[in-house]
Ligand binder design. Structure first.
Ligand SMILES: Nc1ncnc2c1ncn2[C@@H]1O[C@H](COP(=O)(O)OP(=O)(O)O)[C@@H](O)[C@H]1O
Ligand SMILES: N[C@@H](CC(=O)OP(=O)(O)O)C(=O)O
Length: 565
């Protein structure tokens, strides 16, 4: 019974709690009565309740706090007069002075919100910083000042400051330090992952300073924060760090405390953290600002997390592969996580975790088209009519066919295979097994952190060959069909009809335990064509379009009857 309540914190006269495990369907007092506390509900939103603690006995309140703490619940501070939502704007949304002005207008168009704003670096700044770092390794100290990417970054940020009419001093020190850092790299002729993280952090540090200065200039009180200074504690895995639990109470305390003493919109650097052991700046993996936003949402127990992009939400496939991709109105956390993990660039693979843990809805919106409804991501949705939600492509995957050299029925074969991957620290994506063989795919970049170099692959094969016959197949793609796997027969029937018509051989198929994903492995060279044809079959019901597309193809177009889509 006690586990029905999650303490959120005390603010002023209010004690805010999340009511969990179904109790939110009951009156909040019932949940609270689990602690025997005679209190009256002040305000209810979602599954959260704010109680006026001045109307209940102080000793009762501290009992609740103590009990929650000793039961090891997350204690975070939330208050009804503090922030109301987190809004994350990606690089494309803040790529120029013009875009920053539009984002400011957009934020101010929600006067009822008191947002925490998470920003990425401007435009392609992170890529440029990475390139500048690479060039610095070999260009020599005297040539650093003329590295093309450094000049571009300086020019972009100084121009933006100028066009927004804010004081250049907000970024002057950072630009100077950035050049010094690149000179240091040139001198050392080496760019470690740790230095690389420090290097790319300049992007978010500058975009947030410029934007906060602009808001203040137009009379909107804003305060800039570097995530690594306000409690974002991560592992020491530079370039792909993981947020640690200690982050949530620390971030909530800092942001909430500052609001209480001096209310201002918070402008926080996305993507960055502070390593627990070394205390150096870390990054959360490419696209990591989404994760910063959901972590802040969880820390403060906010009612909604908004992620603003340059597309009308999560789409039915990558619009760069197929421009007719359509927005998906609703997704579950599981679907969104799977989609992100299997390569949809639109969301960071880990970003759904904090939102799911705290059951906070995530809205993906378009900052270029704010009226579009976007995608709402929640714990559950009506799946009764859902078949396929989205098609995702992950390219440049390596596949391994591993056949045991032992007799049928040997136990421990799979365990041995996977222990080899564990020892070598290599992530496996998709797996299909029979009694004596296993086919699997390897993540080409270990969650975007580094390339699986040939040397490593050779080493894997060498190890596996001690127990099996191994066939290594490169240049493969995983096509993930994200949707209602309860209807897998329908999805597979339709998908295989499309692929047969195209003359494509599927080299592996796997249905994940998550129940939202069916993965097919094909050759890289065939993958985009497959995605387009599958999109046509699943999301565009006009048979005439199919006929137009396939009339010159190998198979019979009339076989591609769409059935119920
Ligand atoms: N399924 C998908 N839905 C939406 N966008 C996708 C999808 N797959 C790939 N993308 C790409 O992701 C981009 C948005 O993600 P990202 O560049 O990280 O945005 P931001 O920088 O604004 O955070 C889109 O412009 C689009 O090209
Ligand atoms: N700037 C970082 C972090 C990020 O989240 O960027 P974006 O929101 O533009 O994908 C990157 O490029 O990876």
């Amino acid at each position: 019974m006690a586990s029905a309540l999650q303490l959120q914190g005390v603010q002023g006269n209010y004690l805010c709690v999340s009511v969990r495990r179904g109790l939110h369907h009951c009156k909040p007092q019932i949940g609270f009565a689990a602690f025997g506390a005679p209190v009256c509900a002040r305000r209810v939103w979602g599954n959260r309740v704010a109680f006026n603690v001045t109307t209940c006995k102080a000793s009762t309140t501290s009992d609740v706090i103590e009990k929650s703490v000793t039961e090891n619940r997350v204690v975070s501070i939330e208050g009804e007069t503090s922030f109301t939502c987190v809004m994350k704007f990606g690089g494309s949304s803040v790529a120029s002075a013009e875009r920053m002005k539009e984002v400011a207008t957009l934020i101010l168009s929600f006067p009822e919100e008191r947002p925490i704003v998470v920003l990425s670096a401007m435009g392609k700044t992170t890529n440029k910083l990475l390139l500048a770092g690479e060039k610095a390794v070999s260009c020599g100290v005297t040539n650093v000042s003329s590295i093309e990417e450094l000049c571009f970054i300086k020019d972009l940020h100084l121009r933006t400051v100028d066009q927004l009419g804010v004081d250049g001093s907000v970024i002057a020190k950072h630009l100077e330090e950035l050049e010094q850092l690149l000179k240091g790299i040139a001198m050392m002729k080496e760019l470690t992952k740790r230095t690389q993280d420090y290097l790319v952090s300049f992007g978010e540090c500058m975009s947030t300073r410029i934007f906060a200065a602009y808001l203040n200039k137009i009379g909107v009180k804003a305060r800039q924060y570097d995530a690594f200074e306000i409690g974002f504690i991560t592992t020491d895995d530079f370039t792909n760090a993981d947020i640690l639990e200690a982050t949530y109470p620390a971030v909530a305390k800092r942001l909430h405390g500052d609001w209480l003493s001096d209310p201002a919109i918070a402008i926080v650097t996305g993507f960055l953290g502070k390593a627990q052991k070394s205390c150096a700046v870390t990054t959360l993996g490419r696209g990591g600002s989404d994760l910063t936003a959901t972590a802040i949402g969880k820390a403060l127990g906010l009612p909604e997390i908004q992620v603003w992009k340059d597309v009308d939400g999560v789409l039915t496939c990558d619009p760069n592969i197929y421009p007719k991709a359509e927005p998906v109105p609703y997704l579950t956390f599981d679907e969104a996580a799977e989609l992100a993990y299997f390569g949809a660039q639109v969301l960071h693979p880990q970003s759904m975790r904090p939102a799911r843990e705290s059951d906070i809805p995530v809205r993906v919106k378009n900052s270029y088209n704010p009226k579009a409804p976007g995608t709402l991501i929640t714990k559950a949705r009506d799946m009764s009519k859902a078949v396929l939600t989205s098609i995702v492509l992950k390219r440049n995957v390596t596949m391994l066919d591993i056949v045991s050299t032992r007799m049928l029925g040997q136990y421990g074969f799979l365990a041995k295979v996977f222990s080899i991957f564990e020892e070598l620290g290599i992530s496996v994506d998709v797996v299909a097994t029979s009694e004596v063989s296993v086919s699997l795919t390897l993540d080409p970049s270990k969650l975007w952190s580094r390339e699986l170099i040939q040397q490593e692959l050779d080493h894997v094969v060498e190890e596996l060959e001690k127990i099996a016959v191994v066939n290594l197949l490169q240049n493969r793609s995983i096509i993930s069909l994200i949707g209602n796997v309860q209807r897998s027969s329908l999805i597979l029937e339709k998908a295989f009809r499309v692929l047969r018509t195209l003359g494509i051989t599927v080299q592996m198929i796997s249905q994940g335990a998550s129940k939202v994903n069916i993965s097919l492995v094909v050759n890289d060279s065939e993958a985009e064509q497959c995605v387009r044809a599958l999109h046509l079959a699943f999301f565009e019901s006009e048979l005439s379009e199919l006929e137009m597309d396939y009339k010159n193809g190998n198979g019979s177009v009339h076989e591609l009857s769409l059935g119920d889509t």
